[in-house]
Design a protein around this ligand. Structure first.
Ligand SMILES: [Zn+2]
Length: 311
């Protein structure tokens, strides 16, 4: 399939080149490759580890993994454009661009970037990727607020962590809860899941392979990591929102689960299983969203118990 898309891509570029030559007197007017100018690298003790490269690969159908070994970014590719979910850290943007190219696609075809939550490790590369391509950036109302100020919102559990900052994304399109954003014939639906951040979103789309279309869910993190002084039990409604966000993900039509951390949906194990036996595709698991939700509930319960014990 990757080979097929590369051949198709090559043929398409050749046709585009012919069209450009036929329609214009100068070759300069042929489509240009996007040039990425990354923002300065984010500094943190574990950043190097987070940014460790890994080979891009096809997950299923038109859905590909283009992130690092520790931070997920996912590409959805159609003949009419590319969509990216999450942009890693500032220093991840170049890897994402390189991975897109390795898969046989052109960065200049990136039309839309959506974000699951606005922290330095999933939103840091978005500004540079959007500048290079002119892609629309879209997320939830509160997520847009954070992206446009280059730091988490006031009520974000990690607001007090001073190094959780990232380059400002000047213009962000807000997608309502349950709303859809489309690019290149790809439709993504936003499901608000205010938990890890107030603006967290799960994105869903359909991905098809050999005529079989499946429901893909890119759920957000349910990690309760926070600034030291933050307490989930302090603000009224926060725990209820968290539980309701978990329930939202558990109830989604879900054949394939993806998430901001590749560790949380077993990428390494699934690739090892696929190397042993490519069929059935180990990324297909209709129970995955419910299992993810159970782990999230256990994590939240543990956090609540810790906060109560510390009182
Ligand atoms: Zn985060």
């Amino acid at each position: 399939m990757i080979l097929k898309s590369r051949i198709f891509q090559g043929a398409r570029l050749a046709l585009m080149g012919l069209a450009a030559i036929a329609c214009s007197p100068s070759v300069e007017e042929a489509p240009r490759e996007a040039t990425l100018e990354p923002d300065p690298p984010h500094q943190c003790d574990f950043c190097e580890r987070l940014n460790e490269p890994t080979e891009p690969f096809r997950i299923y159908g038109d859905t590909y993994y283009v992130g690092t070994a520790m931070i997920s970014s996912v590409l959805i590719a159609s003949d009419d454009g590319l969509v990216l979910v999450n942009g890693g850290m500032t220093q991840t943007a170049q890897q994402i661009a390189d991975n897109i190219k390795t898969l046989g696609f052109s960065l200049s075809e990136l039309k839309l970037i959506v974000n699951t939550h606005a922290h330095f490790d999933h939103a840091g590369g978005i500004a540079a990727l959007a500048r290079a391509t002119g892609a629309t950036v879209a997320t939830s109302t509160r997520g847009a607020e954070a992206l446009e100020q280059g730091r988490p919102t006031e009520d974000d559990p990690q607001r007090g962590l001073e190094d959780n900052v990232f380059p400002v994304v000047p213009e962000v399109r807000v997608v309502a809860d349950g709303g859809t954003v489309s690019a290149g014939g790809i439709d993504l639906t936003a499901h608000y899941t205010p938990a890890h951040t107030p603006g967290s979103v799960a994105w869903t789309w359909r991905s098809c392979e050999d005529g079989e279309c499946l429901d893909v869910v890119f759920a957000d993190s349910f990690s309760t990591r926070s600034a030291p002084e933050f307490r989930f039990t302090d603000a009224e409604g926060r725990i209820e929102n968290f539980r309701s966000a978990i329930a939202t993900v558990a109830a989604l039509p879900c054949d394939i689960l993806l998430a901001p951390s590749p560790l949380s949906f077993g990428v390494k194990e699934k690739l090892a299983a696929r190397a042993e036996n490519p069929e059935p595709n180990p990324f297909i698991d209709p129970a995955a969203c419910r299992t993810y939700a159970e782990a999230a509930t256990a994590g939240l319960d543990k956090r609540i118990a810790e906060e109560q014990a510390a009182q």
